[in-house]
Write a protein that binds this ligand. Structure first.
Ligand SMILES: NC(=O)c1ccc[n+]([C@@H]2O[C@H](COP(=O)([O-])OP(=O)(O)OC[C@H]3O[C@@H](n4cnc5c(N)ncnc54)[C@H](O)[C@@H]3O)[C@@H](O)[C@H]2O)c1
Ligand SMILES: N[C@H](CO)Cc1c[nH]c[nH+]1
Ligand SMILES: [Zn+2]
Length: 441
């Protein structure tokens, strides 16, 4: 990991934005690459999906829709300990997701004037679970349980076709779909899946969805940006990022293990350590050296950690560390310091925040009860992680009676007049015309 030494420098947020590294393939380039893939699926449907499965997943002649009976039957081969772990995840996530559903609120302006704030679930959603370099049953559940907590009636799931599973998605993805109660599943990956959800594919019975959610690599995130507006999207939950703020009190073994854990996702994943302790930085480095080579995906991890997107950043103090973190706006932020709450209080922009030495990101990836689908690429400035709220739209329901309308008639006429839109005022006055004509007679 390269070192960026910011000690002794007074840097503005703009300076920090330029200094702090970002993922190797930028979103603009990825958008240019996937736009033709999305348009091909929009224009040529199944044929384009089959070409993309051949080119990117190495799969041909497979069934794009997984029969519902096959999904249910998959559970027969699910080892009991994996089933129990998936069920534990479902149970914890259901509780935390239910807490994300807001209660209906009433605002009354006197007796006959009320605004109801209700939260309306989206009708049909497309859930994406990645499946290129690894299998993501946990993402199936993060998506499905959040949507179910919101009350979404129709869920469809897509995940890449696998050569070693007869062109079906990973078997463990089917287990998760069966346990989460999702029976509309497609063996489609990447930009093709996002385009298929957005535009529908009649020949395989895939109706267009209203909103797409779920994580994926940079091509998946870019495709979501392309279809945004045709359908809604959750967030750009792309290539994984972790930023750790640590001081000399942190355990270098924990910090190193966490930086490696997220580098395991993708050669393009970003692992960043920000510390005011040069000694900790050194100890983390040697721990990484000791551990990284031993991991199953050592080459991928080494590439991610050596890439321009990963770094050790040395700062003068933890206040500066928090500024660096906010400028970066990481998907995952870990805080391992002597006073974690003080650092947390300085943080604004992060997808999810993991506080203390015993709250690693991989706990949140699987079993904290929180949702692991999180915004990346600096979008934490305006986007949030996936939750029940992702699938709910606030709608105001307005009800005034005659007396309450009469009470606001005059100020409303003044506003309509100020905007030069008198018919707006007349739409109110018209309701009292007959009565006034009677009074005048
Ligand atoms: N932000 C989050 O919430 C979150 C959560 C989990 C995983 N992730 C990220 O998801 C990603 C998973 O990636 P993955 O590759 O394993 O699975 P994936 O399903 O996201 O991507 C595989 C698909 O990418 C497409 N693809 C591959 N090469 C391409 C190319 N050159 N051009 C266009 N399309 C191409 C193919 O369609 C393929 O099916 C990782 O980057 C991981 O960090 C993010
Ligand atoms: N760390 C990922 C989010 O970037 C989520 C995940 C799923 N499985 C393992 N990890
Ligand atoms: Zn992870």
């Amino acid at each position: 990991m390269r070192t960026i030494d910011l000690r002794g420098q007074q840097l503005s947020r703009t300076d920090l934005l330029r200094l702090v590294p970002r993922a190797a393939l930028d979103m603009g380039t990825a958008v240019d690459r996937v736009r033709p893939l999305v348009e091909a699926v929009r224009d040529r449907g199944e044929d384009a999906l089959r070409e993309q499965a051949r080119d990117f997943d190495g799969v041909e002649g497979h069934a794009l829709r997984v029969p519902a009976e096959r999904i249910a039957a998959s559970l027969e081969t699910c080892p009991p300990e994996i089933r129990a772990a998936l069920e534990l995840l479902i149970e914890k996530l259901r509780r935390a997701s239910a807490a994300q559903v807001p209660a209906e609120q009433l605002t009354r302006f006197g007796d006959g004037a009320v605004i109801r704030q209700r939260w309306q679930p989206i009708g049909r959603v497309g859930l994406y679970a990645p499946g290129g370099k690894a299998a993501y049953p946990s993402s199936v559940i993060m998506n499905a349980v959040a949507a179910q907590a919101a009350g979404v009636p129709e869920l469809a799931l897509a995940s890449p076709a696998q050569v070693d599973n007869d062109g079906l998605p990973h078997e463990v993805v089917l287990w998760a779909a069966a346990l989460a109660g999702v029976d509309e599943v497609y063996a489609i990956g990447g930009a093709g899946a996002i385009a298929a959800f957005a535009h529908g594919v009649e020949s395989i019975g895939l109706a267009p969805v209203d909103k797409i959610s779920g994580p994926g690599n940079v091509f998946v995130a870019a495709a979501k940006r392309v279809v945004n507006g045709v359908v809604g999207i959750d967030s750009e939950a792309g290539t994984t990022e972790i930023l750790v703020i640590a001081d000399e009190s942190a355990d270098p073994r924990f910090v190193a293990a966490d930086l490696i854990s997220q580098a395991e996702h993708d050669e393009a994943a970003a692992s960043v350590l920000v510390t005011d302790s040069a000694e900790l930085a050194e100890r983390v480095r040697s721990e990484i050296e000791r551990r990284a080579a031993r991991t199953r995906h050592a080459e991928r991890v080494a590439t991610a950690l050596a890439g321009p997107q990963s770094a050790v950043i040395l700062v003068d103090d933890l206040a500066t560390a928090a500024r660096v973190s906010d400028a970066y706006g990481p998907e995952h932020l870990e805080i391992q310091t002597r006073d974690d709450e003080a650092v947390l209080a300085r943080i604004s922009d992060a997808g999810a925040i993991f506080v203390g030495g015993y709250t690693p990101v991989s706990l949140g990836d699987y079993l904290a009860g929180s949702n692991h689908v999180l915004p990346t690429g600096g979008t934490t400035r305006f986007a949030s992680g996936l939750g029940a709220h992702t699938f709910l739209r606030p709608q105001q329901v307005i009800g005034y009676d005659r007396a309450a309308l009469a009470e606001v008639e005059q100020p409303l006429l003044a506003l309509a007049d100020a905007e030069g839109l008198p018919a707006h005022g007349e739409a109110v006055s018209a309701r009292f015309e007959a009565e006034r004509a009677g009074e005048g007679a």
